[in-house]
Design a protein around this ligand. Structure first.
Ligand code: ARG
Length: 459
């Protein structure tokens, strides 16, 4: 059997070279080795407990598997393409270390339940890692927000100046997005928490195995309930890819905001030089490359989600080799998102608000026009639509006279509504406008400060 495939006795011809090349997944799925060995050890312990294999044999297997793990950890293990994947590489190596006793390991299991068990374990671990990284970004947002609760900037819709907001309120909008991202990964952790091991090829097994024991020992809530679904289910991979894609999309939007705010035309924020690159020809340039990479990386996460959905579409029930590419997609999406999250944390940390220009820009574009309308509603018993029209006329007048709303005097304003006193003037102050937004979730300093308190408690 040395150097031969497990199924060589059934096959007349050697495996095609081209097939070996696309069929082998070892270069990708070797990342599953820790989980594959952990699952094999638990499976062996269960076989011993159930007296399906002898303790002596079981102990040999477990020791052999531990040796293999140590070799892989050290980097001295030789992965062989001809043994296709991580499962067969480990099984083959076990034969070399402990001899024929290795043949008892694969009792009551198949690679079909083995691979999905390993993969679920890997995704559990990866999700917890991503959750930690998301939390780091959330903390950076809070830290930056704390310093900017009264930093007034123009809030934009359609990239046109809309209403004054605080830079803190802006930053914390991303806190909320990331909080949902974290929850998406947590939801998947809950949904995938059933162990497929023992489903075997597709129909279960005739051995008296204890699936609750293996499930619990591997950290799952319970075993899966249908062996056919178990070996064909890749929902947990799709959910992971979807959660990754949405999270990367949020970071891409943040990066795009930053790129715009950092542009010479806007000049609302600046970055530390460590977040910038120069130009090979233009000596003056400082370009925000890290932000641009964060903006672009999401393309990789979308692509991998799309590829996985397409692989699964129309696939008849149970296992097919098509599914083997699932791991490359998930590993790639994970690596990309991890880099993107780490980069985002640093980028947020390095952002500086150009407060003077933020305030100046918040005053441009008649951003307090709504506040004037609201003042008329509250004090003059007008409907909002009536007030809206009066305020529109005031804006038209200011535009024509090339003045800011805050530069108009009482006499000018009274041309549009007679019965006014100087108390109206404060509505054109952008800070006042910001602090007037005291409704739940609004941008007033008082609200934002209490939100920060809440966020600090929950994080
Ligand atoms: N390398 C395979 C995969 O990742 C393992 C499962 C193989 N099962 C099979 N029936 N060929 O999908």
């Amino acid at each position: 059997m040395k150097n031969k495939t497990i199924w060589s006795n059934r096959f007349k011809n050697k495996t095609s070279q081209s097939f070996q090349k696309i069929g082998a997944s070892i270069h990708i799925d070797k990342r599953l080795y820790e989980h594959d060995i952990a699952a094999s050890i638990v499976h062996t312990q269960m076989l011993m407990k159930q007296k399906i294999i002898q303790s002596e044999v079981g102990n040999k297997i477990i020791n052999g598997l531990k040796k293999i793990k140590a070799q892989i950890d050290k980097g001295s293990f030789e992965f062989k393409e001809k043994y296709e994947d991580i499962h067969l590489n480990i099984e083959k190596a076990l034969f070399e270390i402990i001899g024929p006793s290795a043949g008892f390991l694969h009792t009551a299991r198949s690679r079909n339940d083995q691979v999905v068990t390993d993969f679920k374990l890997w995704i559990k671990n990866a999700s917890n890692e991503i959750i930690k990284d998301i939390l780091v970004v959330m903390k950076k947002l809070i830290k930056k927000a704390e310093k900017n609760t009264d930093t007034v900037m123009p809030g934009l819709t359609h990239l046109k100046n809309a209403q004054p907001i605080s830079f803190a309120h802006y930053l914390l909008s991303y806190y909320e997005m990331l909080k949902r991202d974290k929850k998406r990964f947590e939801n998947n952790l809950e949904l995938l928490d059933e162990c497929p091991l023992g489903s075997a090829a597709l129909s279960g097994t005739s051995y008296k195995i204890d699936r609750t024991y293996t499930a619990k020992k591997l950290g799952f809530k319970k075993p899966t309930d249908n062996s056919m679904d178990s070996v064909g289910d890749r929902d947990f991979a799709i959910d992971f890819l979807y959660a990754s894609a949405v999270c990367a999309m949020h970071l891409s939007r943040l990066a795009e905001d930053f790129i715009i705010y950092n542009s010479d035309a806007f000049n609302l924020i600046s970055f530390n030089d460590s977040m910038l690159t120069g130009s090979s020809i233009m000596p003056q340039k400082k370009n925000p490359d890290p932000a641009e990479l964060i903006r672009g990386k999401v393309g990789i996460n979308y692509g991998k989600l799309n590829a996985m959905l397409t692989i699964m579409k129309g696939l008849p029930t149970t296992y097919f080799k098509d599914m083997q590419d699932d791991k490359e997609l998930v590993f790639g999406s994970y690596d990309t998102l991890k880099d993107t999250l780490n980069m985002s944390a640093e980028l947020i940390n390095s952002v500086n608000a150009n407060k003077t220009n933020m305030l100046y820009m918040a005053n441009q574009g008649y951003t307090t026009a709504t506040d004037f309308a609201d003042y008329l509603v509250e004090n003059k018993n007008l409907s909002f639509r009536e007030s809206y029209v009066i305020s529109t006329k005031l804006v038209n007048y200011a535009e024509k006279s090339k003045k800011l709303l805050s530069e108009l005097d009482l006499e000018e304003i009274k041309k549009f509504y007679k019965d006014l006193d100087k108390s109206v003037l404060k509505v054109f102050d952008v800070k006042n406008s910001m602090n007037a937004k005291k409704s739940h979730g609004g941008t007033s300093v008082i609200n934002v400060k209490s939100m920060i308190k809440k966020y600090k408690r929950e994080i």
